[in-house]
Design a protein around this ligand. Structure first.
Ligand code: GAR
Length: 199
């Protein structure tokens, strides 16, 4: 039996550095995934250009063109369903997906968040960590469930907060770890699925 190969859709809204880390990981022979499509809800997302330069199909589903969230998510579902996709990777995708969309992709959507969940859900995580005087933070890759930033954790990386850290310096060090964590999480899912198929 051949090794498992996951077809990925990556959802972005901006610069796409986590997307790039995933694309780069997929170039390693033996990495159990490849990117089928990159989808952005923002037409001007920088990551779209990067993905296109890598020869990866890109799509825009602009949430502003839909009068309701269900309509936007129906369009998103239609677009992603046109590709071979086993796993949807949210990589700086700044829309909260509704239960209707999530139920269409059971255990097939993962997200990266810049904190050690369950601590610091939501936005401005690094600023809040510094304000609270924490000595460590990090990032989490987790399954997506209807409750925001709450699904089962796949991978966490811990980063020390230094005394003179700013939101920017801390964010940059956490981002480096995000780029390690996301490919690890995808690899972990592939391993789990291989075991299930073999067993
Ligand atoms: C990343 O730090 C990611 O963890 C965060 O947005 C950034 C996207 O950067 N995601 C969230 O805050 C989700 N709640 P990128 O576009 O360079 O990957």
């Amino acid at each position: 039996m051949g090794a498992i190969m996951l077809d990925l859709a990556i959802f972005i809204s901006g610069r796409g550095s986590n997307m790039s880390a995933i694309i780069d990981a997929c170039k390693n022979s033996g990495f159990p995934a490849r990117v089928s499509v990159v989808i952005s809800n923002k037409p001007d997302a920088k990551g779209l250009e990067i993905a296109a330069a890598e020869g990866i199909p890109t799509q825009v589903v602009d949430h502003k063109l839909y009068s309701s969230k269900p309509e936007f998510e129906e369009a998103l579902h239609e677009v992603v369903s046109a590709y071979s996709v086993d796993l949807i990777c949210l990589a700086g995708f700044m829309r909260i997906l509704g239960v209707g969309f999530i139920q269409k992709w059971p255990d097939q959507i993962i997200n990266i968040h810049p904190s050690l969940l369950p601590e610091y859900k939501g936005l401005h995580t690094h600023q809040r960590v510094i304000e609270d005087g924490k000595d460590k933070t990090g990032c989490t890759v987790h399954y997506v469930v209807p409750e925001v930033d709450a699904g089962q954790t796949l991978v966490q990386k811990v980063v020390s907060v230094l005394p003179d850290d700013t939101e920017e310096t801390l964010g940059a060090r956490v981002l480096e770890q995000e780029h390690e964590a996301y490919p690890e999480a995808i690899d972990l899912i592939a391993q789990k699925l291989s075991k299930r198929v073999a067993g």
